[in-house]
Design a protein around this ligand. Structure first.
Ligand SMILES: Nc1ncnc2c1ncn2[C@@H]1O[C@H](COP(=O)(O)OP(=O)(O)OP(=O)(O)O)[C@@H](O)[C@H]1O
Length: 354
């Protein structure tokens, strides 16, 4: 991770605290097309979502989905083709003291290998408008105090990630935008990062963390914004997403009337039903195949098919982000955007620039 904002956009120190901001990150009809004509790349297309303070939000999508481009537009590093990306209602270039509003760490680390961790931060401190002593404060926050005087060239990837985080925190910003911060971390590093991000959110900060793997952030995030091919495919709280990943059973009986009675008597949740003459097929939710089989056997209901499916969160994520026509590893999962429960699913808007 390298830190984007302090280098090019900061104004001289002005004193006082951060710009007034409600900490809401808002992306509205954001579109970015690189190039033109046949070779144009539609990196982001008509993307809208909101990220709230006091929560960790996972910004998820497969490689090339448009996550980094979106973050770069939020940071004023890439100009949108159309639409807006704002923090607290302001574009990045409208922020008076951006490093006191948004801390960002993008892409792979790039530190001067000969500098110590403390010196690295002291180079940025004046640009952010904070005293040198802030360097030691942020090193302590990320647990690097003991290596403050060591050269960054000898740092492990995990230590570099911590140093990148420390840099984003120099200006004590209420909003953090972190691009794949868990990349390359070992399990211990991931556990540390998880606790750290959760603590930042508990302080009331807005924390947006991108990842191409849901499982990597599953235990960290409160909300998810999932994109694929530049478009929104789902935005909700994590529990609402998890509700879509329910266990399901497909069952078919040649005696539809008997199966109807059994389903009603058992009170199973019905996902869908289809009929073909006397035969009836049910898709049942939140029930396991052995349970259905046992009840059918006890009720003397003849079955011609009984199949159970456990749709895990990761399977659901792959299903939601699969390209149309892709063989999905979760073929029996609900189709992208389908709501088998009451989870609020945001559909990618159709149309837009192409
Ligand atoms: N400067 C650029 N010029 C041309 N195409 C670009 C540029 N930046 C990004 N792209 C393309 O835009 C698309 C989205 O890329 P982006 O890096 O935003 O995706 P991502 O979701 O961050 O992927 P990853 O997880 O691999 O980082 C990709 O097809 C990428 O090749």
């Amino acid at each position: 991770m390298s830190q984007a904002p302090p280098t090019t956009h900061d104004r001289p120190p002005a004193g006082g605290r951060a710009d007034a901001t409600d900490g809401v990150v808002r992306v509205e009809h954001l579109t970015k097309t690189f190039g033109a004509g046949a070779g144009a790349v539609h990196a982001v297309e008509d993307l809208s979502f909101e990220v709230r303070p006091g929560r960790v939000t996972g910004f998820l999508g497969p490689n090339g989905a448009g996550k980094t481009t979106t973050l770069r537009m939020l940071l004023g590093l890439v100009a949108p083709t159309s639409g807006t990306a704002t923090v607290g209602g302001l574009r990045y270039d409208q922020l008076e003291r951006p490093a006191h509003v948004v801390g960002a760490a993008l892409e792979a680390a790039s530190f001067h290998p000969g500098r110590t961790a403390r010196d690295h931060l002291r180079v940025y401190a004046p640009q952010v408008g904070v005293p040198d002593s802030r360097a030691d404060e942020v090193l302590a926050l990320v647990g690097l105090s003991e290596v403050a005087k060591r050269r960054v060239g000898g740092f492990s990837l995990g230590m570099r990630q911590r140093l990148a985080l420390a840099t984003t925190l120099l200006g004590d910003p209420p909003v953090l935008l972190l691009d794949e911060p868990a990349n390359g971390l070992d399990p211990e590093g991931i556990a540390w990062l998880r606790g750290f991000l959760r603590a930042l959110a508990r302080e009331g900060r807005t924390v947006l963390v991108s990842s191409h793997v849901l499982s990597e952030v599953e235990q960290t995030v409160d909300d998810v914004v999932i994109i694929a091919r530049g478009r929104l495919v789902h935005a909700s709280s994590l529990p609402d997403l998890a509700r879509l990943a329910r266990s399901r059973v497909s069952v078919v009986s040649p005696d539809g009337t008997a199966l109807d009675a059994l389903v009603a008597a058992q009170g199973w949740t019905v996902g869908s039903t289809s009929r073909d003459g006397d035969a009836t097929a049910y898709e049942l939710l939140d029930v396991a195949a052995p349970q259905v089989g046992a009840a059918a056997f006890a009720g003397r209901v003849e079955l011609h098919r009984l199949t159970g499916h456990d749709v895990g969160l990761e399977d659901l994520f792959l299903q939601l982000t699969a390209a149309p026509g892709d063989a999905s590893p979760a073929q029996d999962a609900p189709p992208a955007g389908a709501s088998y429960g009451d989870a609020p699913t945001t559909h990618a808007p159709q149309g837009g620039e192409r």
